[in-house]
Write a protein that binds this ligand. Structure first.
Ligand code: ADE
Length: 225
């Protein structure tokens, strides 16, 4: 898989992808994350990528020219399955969307900034608009990191234990059951006996019951879906 991220703050993204699972996923050849500095594509001699909104009002708007030039340069190299714009008015991100995006080959993610992008960018290029929640961030970069992380960890081979992503919360619309590790007792708090029993079928059953109870009490909306 290849993910191209378009941003006016490339440094913010580079550090995020240089650590832990995301770094290993790239070194292992499971994903290629390429960050593009929007300022490299502007025709403006002062390297500006934004301007005042027509009609007045507060805040700046990202111009279409650098974005169009960048996207077209990428499209000249390969075909993209989706061109995603991170925006608080997009569809709310969930596990179903990340599962389906993890099956794609090439993605572009555009990070918005200021008051957003010129509407014609959305009309001309964007195939999917994603929000990571009902709150407004200073820019789409953090949202792009969240989306990329959620996708990349699903790619086969990226996690050491391949079943690990399958038992995450939200797969099957259930929250994950509680987990424990050594010691078996800490300040009088004991790990449930069943987990120490070695009885695999009974442990699976217990975990399923716990997942169900946890979902019912914390996120009953997931069970209604
Ligand atoms: N950009 C700013 N806020 C955002 C959000 N909540 N989700 C996605 N992109 C954003």
């Amino acid at each position: 898989m290849r993910i191209d991220i378009i941003t006016c703050l490339p440094k913010l993204l580079e550090s995020f992808f240089a650590h832990s699972i995301l770094q290993r996923a790239q070194q292992g050849g499971y994903v290629d994350v390429v960050v593009h500095d929007l300022r490299d594509y502007t025709a403006d001699k002062h390297r500006r990528v934004d301007d005042y909104p027509f009609g007045g009002g507060a805040g700046m708007v990202m111009q279409i020219q650098p974005i169009a030039t960048c996207i077209r340069a990428l499209q000249a190299e390969r075909t993209y399955d989706e061109i995603i714009y991170m925006t608080p008015d997009g569809e709310r991100l969930n596990q179903k969307t990340t599962n389906s995006l993890s099956l794609r080959q090439n993605l572009i993610i555009l990070c918005g900034h200021y008051k957003g992008v010129d509407e014609r960018v959305r009309e001309l290029f964007i195939t999917k608009e994603i929000s990571i929640g009902d709150y407004v961030l200073s820019g789409g970069e953090l949202a792009a990191c969240v989306l990329s992380d959620a996708i990349i960890r699903l790619l086969p081979g990226v996690l050491n234990d391949e079943t690990s992503a399958l038992t995450d919360s939200f797969q099957d619309n259930l929250l994950a059951p509680p987990v424990y590790t050594r010691p078996a007792e800490f300040e009088g708090l004991r790990v449930p006996d069943i987990l120490l029993s070695g009885h695999e079928a009974k442990i699976d059953e217990w975990r399923y019951e716990q997942a169900l109870t946890r979902t019912r009490t914390r996120r009953p909306d997931l069970l209604e879906e």
